[in-house]
Design a protein around this ligand. Sequence first.
Ligand SMILES: NC(=O)c1ccc[n+]([C@@H]2O[C@H](COP(=O)([O-])OP(=O)(O)OC[C@H]3O[C@@H](n4cnc5c(N)ncnc54)[C@H](O)[C@@H]3O)[C@@H](O)[C@H]2O)c1
Ligand SMILES: O=C(O)[C@H](O)COP(=O)(O)O
Length: 633
Amino acid sequence: MPQPNTPLPYLIIDFDSTFTQVEGLDELADIALQGHPDREKVVGEIRALTDQGMSGSLSFSESLKQRLALLPARREHLPLLVAQLKGKVSESIVRNRGFFEQFPGRVYIVSSGFREFIEPVVADFGIAADHVLANTFTFDATGRITGFDPENVLSRDGGKILQLRELDLEGDVYVLGDGYTDYQIREAGLANRFYAFTENVSREAVVARADEVLPSFDEFLYQNKLPMTLSYPKNRIKVLLLENPDVRAAELFRAEGYQVDSVPGGLDEEELLERIEGVSILGIRSKTQVTARVLERANRLIAVGAFCIGTNQIDLTEAMKRGVAVFNAPFSNTRSVVELALGEIIVLARRIPEKNPKMHQGEWDKSARGSFEIRGKKLGIVGYGNIGSQLSVVAEAVGMQVLYYDVAEKLQLGNAVRCRTLQELLQQADVVTLHVDGRKDNTNLIGAAELAMMKPGALLLNNARGHVVDVPALAAALRSGHLGGAAVDVFPYEPKTNDEGFESELRGLPNVLLTPHIGGSTAEAQRNIAEFVPERIMQYINTGNTQQSVNFPNIQLPLQQAHRLIHVHANVPGVLARINNVLAEHHVNILGQYLKTNEHIGYVITDIDKEYDQEVIQALRAVEHTIKFRVLY
Ligand SMILES: NC(=O)c1ccc[n+]([C@@H]2O[C@H](COP(=O)([O-])OP(=O)(O)OC[C@H]3O[C@@H](n4cnc5c(N)ncnc54)[C@H](O)[C@@H]3O)[C@@H](O)[C@H]2O)c1
Ligand SMILES: O=C(O)[C@H](O)COP(=O)(O)O
C-alpha cells in the first residue's frame, strides 16, 4: 500500500454510528428485550434518548443514565451484541481495514459507549485495547447490567474533553464523529479539526459546526492524501438523472454513496451543456440528446445510462472515443411494448378511436362497418428484434399469421414466415407494425411509396421511433382512406415535458390512436429499468465489467485479491505492450489481464500485485494514446 506523504495526525474516532452503523446500546436493548411484550416501545424510548444525547438536546450523563435504567440487559447478551456489531461496521471503515492495520498507533476510539462491546469489534481492525477509551458497565451478582462506572471520565458531561486532556496527545489531532460530544473536543481546543461523519446519521447541529463533512471514511482519506482502498471516494461521484426514471434508480445510486441530482423532464442541448460539467454518471431516457458538444463539455463523465431501450439519442461513437461507456436496458420494457401493440391492433380493428370520443359526446354509433377480428389476419412485423420477435409469439397465440422482415438474419419463431424484402411484407400484411431500431438510416423507412404498397384498409403501428415514418405521407394515406387506421406512439418531435403542447398532422384523423410515447411506460418496466441500468453502471465503476455496454468492448474479469486498473485507449498498435513495459519497469506483477478492442478503442483490465507506488500510476496515465485510466481498487 502506498505510504502517506505527510505525517499522520492522531485520529480520534467515535464508535457508535461512526465506526459502526448503529448505536451499541440501542442494539443491546433490542437483544435484551427479545420476546418482551413492550420491546418496540422500550427500544424506541432508548433510541430517542440516544438521539437527544448525541444532538446535544439532553445532557450526555442524563441520557446515559435514563437509557441504562430502561435496559434489562445481562452479561450473556454481550457476546450476541459483539457478533451483531461486527456485521455492522460502517462500510467505508470495512473497506479501508488496511489503513487501520497500517497505522494502529495513530488511531484512538474515544466513545461514551462501552468497552465490553467496543474492544472486540475494533480489535479486528488491529486497534489495541489501550487505544480504546470508553465506559465500562457495572453488573450485579446475577450478571444483570446495573449501570456504569462513575469513576470513568467518559460517563460525565464533557467526558470526551476530559479524556482528551488526560491523553495529552502531541501534534495534530483530528476528531471524526457523528455526535455533539465529538465536536466539543474541537471546541475545547483539544483537536485541530472536527469531521462530522454522516455515512450513518447526519445531525444538523453537528454538521453545522464541522470543519468538514465526511459522507464516508474514504472522503477523509482522500482529502488527507492517505492510503485508501478505493482510488476515489464514491461520495464524489455525481449522478445527474433526467426525464424521471423510476425513483428506485436514485435510491440505488444513493445507497452506493453517490450524490444524486434529478431534473424532471428532459434538457435541451444548451441546458445540458450548462449542467454536465462535474457529472460522472448521466441518466437519460429517449428524449435527451447526448451530442458530441455535450460529451466534449463532460469533463468527468464515466458512464451514460439510457433508462430505456433506444440509444439513438446518444452519439455512441463520440462517447466511446472519449472513454464514456454507455449502458441501456435492452429488455426491461420489451413486454410492455408488445402488450401495447397487441392492444392497439385490436382497438384499431374495432375502430375504437372513433367510437370512444363519440360515446363521450353522447353519440351512439353501433355498426360493424370497417370492424374485423384479428384472428387469421396477417401481421407484418418490420424489425424482428427483441420486441418484434416477442410480439410474433403473442400474436400467433391470438390466431394471427405472422410475417416478418429484418435486415439481419433472425431466428424464426413459431410459424412466422420471413419476407425477403420490405415490399413483400407490405403487400401482404393486414397490419404492419414497426419495431426497427432508431439508426439514422431508418429515417422515413415508411414513406409515401411504402404506404402506397400497403393493402387498402391496412393498419399501421409505429411504436419504434418517430423518424422511421414520414408523418405527412402517413397523414395523407389516412386522409385519402387508403389506410384503415394507425397507432402512433413516437414522433419526430416530442414535447420536452408534460407542460408543452403536442402538435402533429395526425391529430384529428379518423381511426388514429395517438399515445404520448408510453410504450415502455408501465410500473413493471420502469422499475426493472431503474434496477437494471444502475446495476450495470455500478458494476462498471466498481469492477470494470462492461458486459452489455452498447459502445464499449464487453469484458468481464473475475474478481481477485489485487489492485485493478482499467485503461481505455485509442485502438492503435502497441498500447498494451507499453502498459506492460511500464509495469515491468516498476517490477509490478500482473495477476490477470484482458484486452478487447473495437473499431475505435481498446479496453484493458489489468489486475496487479498489491504492491505498487504512485509513480506507476503516473507512468500509466502518461502512456501515449490513453483516453481514460482509472485505478478501481
Ligand atoms: N414506444 C416505446 O416506448 C418504445 C419502448 C421500447 C423500445 N422502443 C423502440 O422499439 C424499437 C425496437 O426495439 P427492440 O428492443 O426490439 O430493438 P432490437 O434492436 O432488439 O431490434 C431491432 C431490429 O430491427 C432490425 N432492423 C433495423 N433496421 C431495419 C430495417 N430497416 N428493416 C428491417 N429490420 C431492421 C434489426 O436488425 C433488429 O433485429 C427500437 O427503435 C426502440 O427504440 C420503443
Ligand atoms: O427506447 C425506449 O425504451 C422507449 O422509447 C421508451 O423510452 P422512454 O423511456 O423515454 O419512454
